[in-house]
Design a binder for this molecule. Structure first.
Ligand SMILES: [Cu+2]
Length: 397
């Protein structure tokens, strides 16, 4: 050991004596915290790239236990599609070719703070894009396995074998608006790096669900591969002020609701039909706070609400009577009027219209209420405007 190094050590020893043990302990705690965060991040990357590949479904249950995470904000993508993320009314009188670009993407995102999950998606969000066509249109769907030309860490690192081992060697799409075998799925099975297209004529006006139809189909759907397609009647829909896109999905994790860390799909719970989470648009509070549905007093609101996955929803908005309900996707039938709650079958959707008359906050729920209070099926509608005391007021004693 040379002189200068000895001197340096002496200075370090002295300074540690001066500053005392508490600083050192603090530093060590910080380091441990940093390492935990880095380990968690590394684990997520490895999970999507390599570990997923070498575990079968049942092995994954054991290989991915819940981890405690010492961080509050993980560096993940926003998984939830905003409720106002849908195309505007078509407003046209001629048939047209509607071209839709879809890609599949598997990505780790937060299901709730500090709880992550590997979603399988169309275009990186749950639900997938809202497709809007008009009866008589030709609709052309382009589907590629993986985001075209994108550098998606982890995804590009997948080999075909890894995709197969992880259960997503192929994806596809079955649109309930299609009249034809498999709703298009047999023409649209895409393996890694593949891209396929098919075209269909939108013959039946309605609001429909689409979803992945590749094996194991229920797992693909449970992981988030669904969305909705609206086929407007030739005359269009009546004009409203706001439209919103909401899908309820059931999710199945190996560990209980709210358990921190990376959560794997529990195929056992899926087969037992025992969801851990019921979610609107992909995650807990996806449509609350800043992302709440927003409207003004007097505005006509239209909701397209669907169930992508496996358990029927009991859709209700606390404090709202639905002026009009078009059940089972049948938007050209006469609506039911003055409805409180509606059941939405798995693989089905409804159209709801009402006018927001009293300002305030309204909660969208599954009225099987433990799903809303304890399992995530809760969203917010904020209505702004002047009070309407003739409709709603407190009476003092
Ligand atoms: Cu799929």
């Amino acid at each position: 050991m040379n002189k200068s190094r000895r001197l340096l050590l002496l200075v370090m020893a002295l300074s540690s004596l001066i500053t005392g043990c508490s600083d050192e302990a603090k530093y060590k705690a910080m380091e441990a915290k940093y390492n935990a965060v880095q380990a968690e991040k590394a684990k997520h990357k490895a999970m999507s790239a390599e570990e997923m590949a070498v575990h079968t479904d049942s092995e994954m249950h054991h290989a991915m236990p819940a981890q405690s995470v010492e961080t509050h904000k993980l560096d993940t993508d926003e998984i939830g599609r905003s409720a106002d993320d849908l195309p505007p009314p078509l407003n046209r009188t001629q048939a047209q070719l509607v071209s839709v670009d879809l890609y599949t993407d598997e990505l780790v995102a937060e299901m709730m703070p500090e709880v992550t999950y590997q979603y399988w998606t169309y275009n990186g969000k749950v639900p997938g894009p809202f497709i809007r066509a008009r009866a008589g249109d030709q609709v052309e769907i382009h589907l590629s396995h993986g985001k075209p030309g994108a550098v998606h860490q982890g995804h590009d690192a997948h080999t075909s074998a890894q995709h197969a081992a992880a259960g997503h060697s192929a994806h596809s799409i079955d649109l309930h608006a299609v009249s034809g075998p498999g709703g298009g799925a047999p023409l649209m099975e895409v393996g890694q790096g593949e891209e396929k297209s098919f075209r269909f004529k939108a013959t039946h006006p309605g609001i429909y669900v689409y979803h992945c139809a590749s094996p194991h189909v229920p797992s693909h759907i449970a992981n988030g591969m669904y969305g909705m397609i609206l086929v407007e009647p030739p005359e269009g829909l009546i004009k409203v002020d706001r439209e919103f896109y909401v899908m309820q999905g059931d999710f199945y994790t190996t560990v209980k609701y709210g358990a921190k860390g990376f959560q794997a799909l529990s195929k056992e719970k899926l087969l037992a039909e025992q969801p851990t989470y019921f979610l609107f648009n992909g995650r807990v509070n996806s449509l609350s706070g800043d992302r709440a549905l927003k409207a003004k007093v007097g505005e006509k609101i239209r909701l397209f609400v669907g169930v992508g996955s496996h358990i029927a929803a009991n859709f209700h908005i606390i404090g709202v009577v639905f002026d009009k309900l078009y059940p089972d996707g049948a938007i050209t039938n006469a609506p039911l009027k003055n409805v409180q709650t509606t059941t939405i079958s798995p693989g089905s959707a409804v159209m709801i219209e009402f006018t927001a008359e009293v300002p305030g906050k309204y909660l969208l729920v599954d009225h099987s209420l433990s799903r809303a209070i304890d399992k995530g099926a809760l969203a917010e509608l904020i209505v702004e405007g002047l009070d309407q005391p003739e409709l709603y007021q407190q009476v003092s004693q």
